[in-house]
Design a protein around this ligand. Sequence first.
Ligand code: ATP
Ligand code: MG
Length: 205
Amino acid sequence: MDSKRIGIMGGTFDPIHFGHLVIANEVLDQYHMEKIIFIPAGNPPHKKDSKASSIDRYIMTNLATLSNDKFEVSNIELIKKEKSYTINTLLVLREIYKDAEIYFITGADAIIELPNWYEFKSIIKLCKFIAVTRPDYNTHEIKEKIQSIIDIYQGQIELLKVPMLQISSTEIRNRIKNNRTAKYLLPEVVEQYIVKNNLYGDNNE
Ligand code: ATP
Ligand code: MG
């Protein structure tokens, strides 16, 4: 029998949007995965990488994934005081899902950065990667980049074509800051949460 496949979707999710959800769902479907685990990145107080707090990003990710019983959200990286590294997260997941194949999902922009990830050499032994297409990133160049990473590190990185949505969290934050609409770029409930809690406004820089 084939072993179970688990997808890992890492990100800041500041905020989560339809670009994230569509790629997670596409991977779930095309790879016949058991589930996709969304893992919002931690936000150590001394090095603030995100605009919204960890708890707000965690809540928004839960709201956005609520209606899909194959989407899960993990707080494993958020609860850490220190910076959390993917390698540590993967080691924990490997313990929990001993026999599963773990696939880490990344957008084309993130693939370029992979070799700079802390302990990447070990990471690529613990999981496989699925690189999904993203608007503004040339698929041919991404293919070459993937090949060059495989040549050096071995391991498995597959390119997956997904419906491309030109949406980014940065764009959504800018729109909200400038009182422009972000409707239909992210789930309505997440947009409502942002408005209700006054996230990404002028005072939140
Ligand atoms: P920001 O603008 O703040 O960087 P983002 O939209 O890139 O936000 P992240 O949380 O940084 O979102 O991304 C998490 C993962 O999702 C990354 O691997 C990223 O490449 C991927 N991703 C995000 N948006 C898209 C999209 N529209 N299409 C394909 N992949 C995406
Ligand atoms: Mg990004």
